[in-house]
Design a protein around this ligand. Structure first.
Ligand SMILES: [Fe+2]
Ligand SMILES: [Fe+2]
Length: 219
């Protein structure tokens, strides 16, 4: 699927239809857009936002590694996620380079309330297939929200350098989001994926609603 369609689907606020996308219609949309104040808040401390961003990339790489370790028999998933580990770690290094270039320091990793609350939604009961699906959708959702945040930064910041910097991340995370949904569709009946995805979207919107809007974090 072309990137501009992916991003359009993630960010669309009005119902939107294209024939070739019928089966993914309505599933991609985040329910709550980011608070418009957030972009300005991120400019308060470049060191803080870049540190947080770096750890988001590290966690994305770690999540892919964990999936591979846990489900080695899912060959397609292993094949598809192995290069994503490299890509996410490359993102970590890019952010680290931005810090170094400016004589800023990579700080300590903070407690990630957003991710921790999302983790609580992963089913602990149910079948192995249900748990697997939740792990994929958990990753898909973080990619989708990260993509949305990077889009806000790429459009809302004044500095053209950083607009471009975040735009590249936005494009990359959009591709990852799509990959996790495609993997879910590969292993689990589509209707089940769509149903559970809607539940995740509703839950995620509640998390976003309840979190303080802070400029020192990506989520
Ligand atoms: Fe990334
Ligand atoms: Fe990603």
């Amino acid at each position: 699927m072309p990137l501009h369609l992916i991003t359009r689907l993630i960010f669309a606020t009005q119902p939107f239809y294209m024939e070739e996308l019928t089966d993914v219609k309505n599933i991609l949309r985040l329910e709550l857009p980011t608070d418009p104040r957030w972009v300005n808040l991120t400019t308060i401390s470049l060191e803080d936002i870049l540190t947080d961003h770096a750890y988001c990339e590290q966690k994305a790489a770690t999540s892919c590694i964990s999936l591979i370790q846990r489900y080695p028999e899912k060959e397609k998933m292993v094949e598809e996620l192995a290069p994503i580990v490299t890509e996410e770690w490359g993102h970590f290094r890019q952010v680290l380079a931005e810090l170094n270039k400016r004589n800023l320091k990579l700080g300590r990793q903070r407690k990630d309330a957003y991710v921790n609350k999302l983790l609580e939604f992963q089913t602990r009961g149910g079948s192995e297939a249900d748990r697997f699906l939740d792990k994929l959708l958990f990753c898909a959702l973080i990619e989708a929200r990260s993509c949305e945040r990077f889009k806000r930064l790429s459009e809302g910041l004044e500095d053209p350098y950083f607009r471009n910097f975040y735009r590249k991340f936005m494009e990359s995370e959009a591709g990852h989001y799509t990959l996790f949904i495609k993997l879910a569709d590969h292993y689990v009946p589509k209707e089940q994926v769509r149903k559970r995805w809607r539940e995740w979207l509703a839950y995620e919107a509640e998390i976003i609603r309840g979190l303080e809007v802070r400029g020192d974090r990506i989520h």
